[in-house]
Design a protein. Structure first.
Length: 255
């Protein structure tokens, strides 16, 4: 990183209006510059020579649809170059699947059409304790996950419904299936924008989502501040082998 004190972060979104983000708020509060780009709307991807870190958010497409969406194929190839360049990379939801797809993986859904929409607990692995410690409940809005984590990646967390909740690829790249970017104030808007998830197995009603947002927002905020500070500086701790770190080459979804 050229300047760990004041970094330029390329933040890829998949709808032009998706600029409200806890991650962006924390980055700015720490003195960093956030530059949004929406390739789906025709924006160029961030120039990897001009940014110090990369954030890739969620979206309404799937990585296996890259042949139908040229911007998505470009993002996947660009993500590979970013990781190979050792830029800090944070992918959330689709962004985590793009990270995995850049290394030959894809995404799959459950056979029973179950989703994670709302707040749910995660099980942090031994490898994940140094990265995810402090999180007990996370917010999600998805129906798919990575089919397998890339070779050599570390599984950081799983949940009851989806067994790849977070993974780490090398020292600087992290993918999380959940949404630390969603703030308490965003929950009603996210719920209204989620017709495809409402009413399906695993989906919380709006009242429950709002209630759990009040319960967990401070915890998620505290974790995000700690994570972002370490991640952007390239200082994410590595797992202690004695803590039971687990390296996996893949895991399939239970139906």
């Amino acid at each position: 990183m050229r300047d760990a004190v004041s970094a330029t972060v390329g933040y890829v979104i998949h709808r032009p209006e998706w600029t409200d983000s806890r991650i962006a708020d924390v980055l700015r509060a720490d003195g960093h510059c956030v530059e949004f780009s929406c390739p789906a709307a025709g924006d160029p991807l961030p120039d990897l020579e001009q940014v110090d870190a990369i954030v890739v958010g969620g979206g309404p497409v799937a990585v296996y649809e890259a042949d139908r969406h040229p911007f998505l194929a470009e993002e996947i190839a660009w993500a590979r170059r970013a990781v190979d360049s050792e830029l800090p990379y944070l992918g959330m939801c689709l962004g985590s699947q793009i990270l995995a797809a850049a290394f030959g993986r894809t995404s799959v859904g459950r056979t029973d059409r179950a989703v994670e929409f709302g707040f749910h607990t995660i099980e942090i692995t031994g490898a994940g304790r140094s990265v995810l410690d402090g999180l007990t409940s996370v917010y999600s809005m998805h129906e798919e996950q990575v089919d397998e984590i890339p070779d050599g990646a570390e599984l950081l967390a799983r949940s009851e419904a989806f067994d790849i909740q977070a993974f780490r690829l090398g020292p600087h790249a992290v993918g999380v299936q959940f949404h630390p970017d969603c703030r308490e104030i965003d929950v009603p808007w996210w719920w209204r924008d989620a017709d495809r998830y409402r009413g399906r197995p695993g989906a919380q009603c709006l009242d429950d989502q709002v209630r759990d947002a009040r319960r967990h927002d401070a915890e998620i905020q505290s974790w995000t501040e700690r994570f972002v500070s370490l991640w952007i500086a390239g200082d994410l701790p590595t797992a202690d082998a004695a803590a039971g770190s687990t390296i996996r080459t893949g895991s399939s979804v239970a139906g």
